[in-house]
Write a protein that binds this ligand. Structure first.
Ligand code: ADP
Ligand code: MG
Length: 238
């Protein structure tokens, strides 16, 4: 099981306090969306959960284990970024397989997992292509495929669709929702896009200046915003 629990997380960069004191529970199997304006600390929080950044204070628990000081690779998480750096000289299959090869997963197991990821992401017909021969949406799916094969308990997404055009973003939203259903994993998804938050989340965390303004189901925030900020942010898509 992979609930993610943050207790009294503080993050300072020198004199700048980006996250003053944050506690948050992300339920196991939830699709939790962190939303808030640029610079409010969303990426920093994800990096703390993933272990790419250490908190100045506080605790990170994943699946009931204290991982505050654990290496990223020991946390059972996988991160998908907005700039999906695929290896241009490798095929789709090799790109998806890359992390498994590094982890020295046996060849037969690797092959099975790559095939399964390709099936889930509808990439079966593209496995021999190079990234340069793919559309933006297909490349993003390859990036997600690299995460899936590692079978993480928790997926972290940092604005994964923000480089795609509006039509493709809409399509990928549907695919991400399906992915969540089929994988039975916990997903923490960062975006500054209200529509994405409203359609994908079963729990939305509205952040502002490193603090949580409100946590709740999409319609709950929409119908009963507790602050002006939440009302403005959820109520009026920009
Ligand atoms: P968001 O993802 O919500 O746009 P970030 O988490 O990237 O916000 O950044 C939050 C704040 O922390 C910003 O003011 C940013 O400039 C600052 N920040 C992020 N990373 C660093 C860093 N490595 N050093 C100094 N300041 C940083
Ligand atoms: Mg960010």
């Amino acid at each position: 099981m992979a609930e993610v629990r943050l207790s009294n997380i503080t993050k300072k960069f020198g004199a700048l306090t980006v996250i003053p004191d944050m506690s948050l529970t992300v339920p196991d199997g939830s699709f939790t969306v962190l939303v808030g304006p640029s610079g409010c600390g969303k990426s920093t929080l994800l990096r703390i959960i993933s272990g790419l950044e250490m908190p100045s204070d506080g605790e990170v628990m994943i699946g009931g284990e204290d991982v505050t000081f654990a290496e990223p690779s020991d946390r059972g998480i996988s991160m998908v970024f907005q700039s999906y750096a695929l290896f241009p000289h490798m095929t789709v299959a090799q790109n998806i397989d890359f992390g498994l090869r590094l982890a020295k997963t046996p060849a037969a197991e690797r092959e099975a997992r790559v095939a399964e990821a390709a099936r889930i992401l509808a990439l079966e017909d593209y496995l021999d292509r190079k990234p340069g021969q793919l559309s933006g949406g297909q490349r993003q799916r390859v990036a997600i495929g690299r995460s899936i094969v590692r079978q993480p308990k928790v997926f972290l997404f940092d604005e994964p669709l923000s480089n795609l055009d509006a039509a493709l973003r809409g399509q990928m939203r549907v695919e991400l929702a399906q992915l969540h259903q089929s994988l039975d994993a916990t997903m923490i998804y960062v975006t500054h896009d209200q529509v994405e938050a409203m359609t994908l989340a079963d729990q939305i965390v509205v952040m502002n200046r490193g603090r949580i303004e409100q946590v709740g189901a999409p319609m709950e925030l929409y119908d009963r915003p507790m602050t002006e900020f939440v009302a403005g942010f959820i109520g009026s898509p920009k």
